[in-house]
Design a protein around this ligand. Structure first.
Ligand code: SF4
Length: 259
C-alpha cells in the first residue's frame, strides 16, 4: 500500500486494526511497508516490544537515547534486549547540537521557557527521531487514548503528513488496567519507576512522580502551564485538554501489578 493512502483507505485500515489482537495488529502493520517501532521503554511500549520479540515480527525497534534518561530506563533497554533476544537501536543527539543549545540556553535551560524546552526536545528527540524513521514507511507507536486529553482521539492508523508515513498505534484502545494485567500475565519487564508513581517516564530532569488522581502525563514538564504540552514527537489534533484525561491512581501502580 502506498504511504500516500487516501483517507478512505486509512479509514478501512483503521477498521481492520480494530478487529485484531495486538499481534495481529503488529503483523498487519509490518505488511504495509518498512516498519519501525520507537520505544520510550514506557509500560505500553514494553508490551509492544514483547509482542514483536515473542512473535519475531519484521519490525525494527529503536529508541531515542537523549542523554538525560533515568538510569532505570537505560538499564531496561539492555534487559529488554536480552529477554527478547532483539536489538534495540539507540539514536543519540549530536554533541555539536547539545553544545550549541547549552551555549544559548544553558544545559538545563528548558526550565526557563517553553521555547527553550522545545529547543532541547528538538535537539535531543526530534532530530534523532528523524534519523530513526529515515527510510521507514510505517511508524509504530505506543500512543493510547487514555494517556491524556491530547491523545483521546488517537486512531489505530493515520497518515503522518509531516513525515510522509503511516503511523500505527496498536494500543490506542487499551486502558492502563488492561496494560498492567497483560504485563503481569506475560511477566514483561517494566521500568521500576512505574511502581514509584511515574506512569509516564521521559527524561529525568523533566519527569516527576504524579499525585493520586492526576492524569498519567501530569508529571511530564510539570512546571509548564500549557495543558496540551507534548515534546513534538506526536502532535495529534487536540480535541480535549489534559484535564480531561483518564485519572490514574498513583497507588494503583504497585510492584505487584507492574513488575
Ligand atoms: S524532555 Fe527535557 S531533557 Fe529531554 S529532550 Fe525534552 S527538554 Fe530536553
Amino acid at each position: 500500500m502506498s504511504v500516500h493512502a487516501a483517507s478512505a483507505e486509512i479509514a478501512s485500515l483503521d477498521s481492520q486494526f480494530a478487529d485484531l489482537d495486538l499481534a495481529g495488529r503488529l503483523s498487519l502493520a509490518a505488511t504495509l511497508g518498512r516498519a519501525v517501532f520507537t520505544t520510550s521503554l514506557g509500560i505500553e511500549d514494553q508490551v509492544i516490544t514483547a509482542a514483536i520479540g515473542t512473535h519475531r515480527l519484521p519490525i525494527n525497534v529503536s529508541t531515542l537515547e537523549t542523554g538525560r534518561l533515568f538510569k532505570e530506563t537505560v538499564d531496561l533497554i539492555a534487559e529488554t534486549e536480552e529477554r527478547y533476544d532483539i536489538a534495540i537501536e539507540r539514536f543519540y543527539p549530536e554533541q555539536d547540537d547539545i553544545d550549541a543549545y547549552a551555549e544559548k540556553f544553558g544545559l538545563n535551560g528548558f526550565y526557563d521557557s517553553v521555547e527553550a524546552r522545545h529547543a532541547c526536545c528538538h535537539v535531543r528527540k526530534l532530530i534523532p527521531l528523524a534519523k530513526a524513521l529515515s527510510g521507514a514507511e510505517v511508524w509504530i507507536t505506543g500512543l493510547r487514548r487514555g494517556q491524556s486529553g491530547n491523545r483521546a482521539t488517537t486512531p489505530f492508523v493515520e497518515f503522518d503528513a509531516e513525515r510522509g508515513l503511516l503511523k500505527v498505534n496498536p494500543l490506542a484502545d487499551w486502558d492502563i488496567e488492561t496494560i498492567k494485567a497483560h504485563v503481569s500475565a506475560e511477566a514483561i519487564p517494566v521500568n521500576p519507576l512505574h511502581a514509584r508513581g511515574y506512569p509516564s517516564i521521559g527524561c529525568e530532569p523533566c519527569t516527576r512522580a504524579i499525585k493520586p488522581g492526576e492524569p498519567e502525563r501530569a508529571g511530564r514538564w510539570w512546571w509548564e502551564n500549557d495543558e496540551k504540552r507534548e515534546c513534538g514527537l506526536h502532535v495529534p489534533d487536540v480535541q480535549a485538554t489534559e484535564n480531561d484525561a483518564q485519572p490514574v491512581s498513583q497507588a494503583s501502580f504497585t510492584a505487584n501489578s507492574v513488575r
